[in-house]
Ligand binder design. Structure first.
Ligand code: SER
Length: 374
């Protein structure tokens, strides 16, 4: 299945469950002082969860452009070094605003993964919130029992607040969550070491693909949890990781989401991806960061000296530095990746196509002035 088909199948599945499909919100946030960039699919729906406004549709699904480079969710330093973290990534999500809750969210997630995407049930693990004394919360027995009816109990893992209680930031809507993890190791490896013990242990082939959050609380500024008037569902599936699982590869960078970009990096540098670990890291950094920078510019955020613009400038400079140091490219090159990115993602995200010339020009100029200081 190509990545485009994977995306389309997700949206079609939830459309079939009466969800309205909406476009991604911009990745750059202009009107929320607690957040510079969209770091989760639910950001744009925050006010619905809090009960401050009402959604026109009780059920929504989309693919959301996210950027996790600042604040509570920051993966920047991981990116490139491993094969499954990104600055910018797509999050496939389905939402219920005071409509369905845990039962449907769990049943549909399982149906989509095992019947539509046909992921082997024996390679999946799920986790459930074990409770927290600090927040005076108990084990999420409802989710546990729902999973127990679907999967053997040795595939259900109890997780602490760190992994199984999702919060957008220090304040705001939050709740217990159930994650779904996939074990992509070979049968031989699985028979030696059971996957259950590798869940949430930073194993590159046993990774979380989907987080089902049951939004029930609002975390107040003083740290207290306040119950929300209604219960909601917020799910987020890592699109690039799902592509890895469905395309039978062991790295997000080996999917058709990243391969075209890496091929272009190979063309430009004359290097071969997969032949030197340090160069591979640099190539992954470049392939990842061009997406973050290009999509930000498409959303109207130019690199600059402060705020969100400075974050974008730093991401671009990180890529240029890796290229300069490890791939020995001493002239602007990132801008040359824009064409291939637009060719592969422009259909799903028309804003990229529309702004392609601007994106190229801005990146080339930035590279040019930064290279002078190197
Ligand atoms: N908000 C949750 C997350 O970002 C699920 O969408 O993981």
């Amino acid at each position: 299945m190509t990545s485009s088909e994977i995306r389309e199948n997700f949206l079609a599945f939830f459309k079939g469950k009466d969800h309205t499909i909406v476009p991604s919100a911009p990745m750059v946030i202009k009107d929320d002082p607690t957040l510079m960039f969209t770091n989760a699919g639910m950001n744009q729906f925050k006010e619905y969860f809090l009960g401050n406004s009402k959604s026109k549709y009780p059920r929504i699904a989309d693919t959301q452009k996210c950027l996790r480079v600042s604040g509570k969710h920051n993966d920047l330093e991981e990116v490139g070094k491993d094969t499954y973290h990104h600055t910018m990534f797509e999050m496939l999500g389905n939402w219920s605003f005071g409509d369905y809750f845990k039962k449907e969210a769990i049943a549909w997630a399982w149906e989509l993964l095992t019947e539509v995407y046909k992921i082997d049930k024996d390679s999946l693990y799920v986790s459930v919130f074990e409770g927290s004394e600090e927040d005076e919360l108990e084990l999420d027995k409802e989710a546990y029992d729902l999973w127990k009816a679907i999967v053997p109990e040795d595939r259900i893992i109890l997780g602490s607040k760190k992994d199984n209680f999702w919060e957008m930031g220090d304040q705001g809507p939050c709740g217990p969550c159930s994650e779904i993890h996939v074990d992509l190791r070979s049968a031989e490896e699985k028979s030696k070491v059971p996957g259950a013990g590798l869940v949430n242990q930073d194993h590159p082939e046993v990774v979380e693909i989907w987080n089902l959050v049951f939004i029930q609380y609002n975390r107040k500024a003083d740290g207290r949890l306040e119950s929300l008037p209604e219960k909601h569902v917020d799910t987020g599936m890592g699109f690039e990781r799902l592509c890895m699982a469905l395309q039978g590869v062991k790295s997000n960078y080996d999917t058709d989401v990243f391969q075209p970009i890496l091929k272009e990096v190979e063309n430009i540098t004359g290097e071969h991806y997969g032949s030197d670990p340090q160069k591979d890291i640099a190539m992954r950094v470049v392939a990842d960061h061009i997406r973050a920078v290009a999509f930000s510019i498409a959303d109207g955020q130019l690199p600059s000296n402060n705020g969100a613009g400075y974050v974008i400038r730093r991401i671009l400079r990180r890529a240029v530095r890796y290229g300069f140091t490890f791939l020995e490219i001493h002239e602007p090159f990132m801008y040359r990746l824009v064409k291939v990115l637009v060719a592969h993602m422009g259909a799903a995200f028309p804003e990229l196509k529309k702004q392609a010339v601007l994106i190229e020009n801005v990146i080339r100029e930035e590279e040019h002035s930064f290279l002078k200081t190197l």
